[in-house]
Design a protein around this ligand. Sequence first.
Ligand code: UT7
Length: 328
Amino acid sequence: MRRAVVAGLGTYLPETRLTNQDLERFMDTTDEWIVSRTGIRERRLAGPGETASSMGAEASRRALQAAEIKADALDWVICATNTGDTVFPATATRILNRLGRVQAAAFDVQAGCTGFIYGVALGASLIESGVAGRVLVVGTDVLSSIVDWEDRSTAVLFGDGAGAVVLTAGSGTRGVLASYLNADGTGGPLLMMPAGGSAMPASSASIARRQHFLKMSGNDVFRFAVKALPDAVDAVLRRAELGAGDMDLLVPHQANLRIIDAASRRFGLSPEQVVVNIERLGNTSVASIPLALEEAVLDGRAADDRVIVMAAFGAGLTWGATAVRWGR
Ligand code: UT7
């Protein structure tokens, strides 16, 4: 069977660190509150001139290098982002340009923090169906550009970053085994940026009402996520005809340590079987899965033939998971 294998992985993190202690200086919050409610201690912030496409392109260059593939050889570029450089054109086309003026099919996926999982699932189907041979899937977000620094309930949660994978065709047992994607639009108002789209074009009134910033009903999203994350893992394991005991490693979206811990308990996973880096990076949205995955590659937990399940949830509301037998 033709499968999509992860031939290369690359990430990019901006230099600037913003610690909880830094936040305490200009916001009514405490390190104790942030750590106990979320697990986050610091996050990275994009510097001047850094955008979703510049960070995504750097992660892509590293992924292409790891895959030993030239950018001209790519058939498709899929970019998952919620904070693209502009509303249009697609950030994927800018990444393509930054990679050296190659031509390829390029478009963006907008599925909240689940965007990277959506991108990998789409990329894998393009390869499995024979439509494409090499697909670059990028997850890049500059959440700091839409965070309301006057809203302590959201500002402390997010960070910036990017990650990318190059998917190629394989015929062995390694590669993407199954994916599961879902969405429920009734939860849309729980996590959104109200203005700047056709429903509420930019106006001086929308700016005055601070409607160009991310708004979240944290409690409601939390309750949704505690169920959606394990549901997605269950569903993808079923599709891959595997049991929970076959899962070697879980790479969950890094939104809240309590959500990750609840999922780990549900599947009886040991701490070594769950990748967690939220304390250092916060919630980087679509970048959180590839950033966590790279840590697992570097520390040896993502080893050849291990079954890795990546699972996420986010605005939409969306949720989903991908199961991969690691190696190329
Ligand atoms: O990736 C996208 C998906 N997003 C998420 O997964 C986020 C999911 N939600 C969460 O992670 C949690 O709901 C939060 C971390 C956002 C909030 O934690 P919580 O335990 O649900 O807290 P809460 O919203 O119920 O707020 C509890 C209290 C409130 O004070 P009162 O009303 O009880 O007096 C808030 O005003 O904590 C207060 N609070 C803060 N205090 C200090 C809210 N934010 C802060 C803050 N520092 N930064």
